[in-house]
Design a protein around this ligand. Structure first.
Ligand SMILES: Nc1ncnc2c1ncn2[C@@H]1O[C@H](COP(=O)(O)OP(=O)(O)OP(=O)(O)O)[C@@H](O)[C@H]1O
Length: 244
């Protein structure tokens, strides 16, 4: 099997004024992988994801998505990705169904494809009858499911998901993880950020530990646990930060 590089991040730096959010971040993701970027609050996860989603310009370094530079070829990159932001709440005046319909029409090349996309979005949202209610009446978890359905119904080559299960109850989080695994089998590549290390351990093929804008370790959960003689990724992380 020929490995295709989905994401190549090399020495990425991002300053917000005096704050150095990223201090030389590098990692690669192969096509079809579920890759987890994990670390504590303020580590630089969202910043890395936003740069890959073409929403932020890096201060230094490079990032490519399927060989396209995220700065110089941003419009090419946007055709290949879906991005789920950490905090999102737009389109409150629409019903969930109207929102999915609007997005399907925007993304699909013809009306038949839009229908198919919408059907998938409805199914993925799991919102049933509530899709007919305005988004403003949804709980945080319901909004999350709607946005995730939107992100996946377009079948992106790369899905960039910032804390996809944050704020969701156990059942919803379980469903989301199952959907991610299913889509991965169909060839969608995932970059997921999380500070829930146990969830990531279950879900991800490989993970990168990020702390204070630097990558501390990259590997499969099993490799990292062996490297640190640890029971789980939480223990790996606690050991890894000791050496910083
Ligand atoms: N717009 C901004 N202006 C100034 N500083 C920012 C801005 N966005 C992020 N930062 C800072 O950059 C650093 C990295 O933030 P980032 O949001 O990437 O972390 P994170 O790992 O996603 O954290 P969390 O898990 O809390 O979302 C933090 O110190 C944060 O305060």
């Amino acid at each position: 099997m020929v490995l295709v590089t989905a994401v190549a991040v090399s020495n990425l730096e991002k300053d917000y004024g005096k704050v150095k959010a990223l201090r030389g971040v590098s990692f690669q993701i192969e096509e079809g992988e579920i890759f987890g970027l994990i670390g504590p609050n303020g580590a630089g996860k969202s910043t890395t994801l936003k740069i890959l989603a073409t929403l932020l310009h890096p201060t230094g370094g490079r990032a490519e998505v399927f060989g396209h530079d995220v700065v110089k070829e941003a419009s090419e990159v946007r055709k290949l990705i879906s991005y789920l932001p950490e905090e999102a709440g737009a389109y409150k005046r629409l019903t969930g169904l109207e929102y999915l319909e609007f997005m399907a029409k925007l993304y699909a090349k013809d009306s038949r494809k839009a229908e198919k996309m919408l059907k998938l979005g409805i199914e993925l949202s799991g919102l049933g009858e509530r899709l007919n209610d305005k988004v403003s009446t949804y709980s945080k978890g319901m909004v999350r499911r709607l946005l995730l359905a939107r992100a996946l119904m377009v079948k992106p080559k790369l899905a960039i998901l910032d804390e996809p299960t944050s704020g969701l109850d156990i059942m919803n989080a379980f469903e989301i993880r199952r959907t991610i695994k299913e889509f991965s089998k169909e060839g969608v590549t995932f970059l997921i950020s999380s500070h829930n290390m146990l969830e990531v351990e279950y879900l991800c093929d490989r993970v990168a530990l990020i702390h204070k804008g630097r990558i501390l370790e990259v590997g499969t959960p099993r490799e990292l646990k062996e490297r640190y003689n640890a029971e789980n990724l939480e223990e790996v992380f606690m050991e890894a930060v000791k050496n910083v």
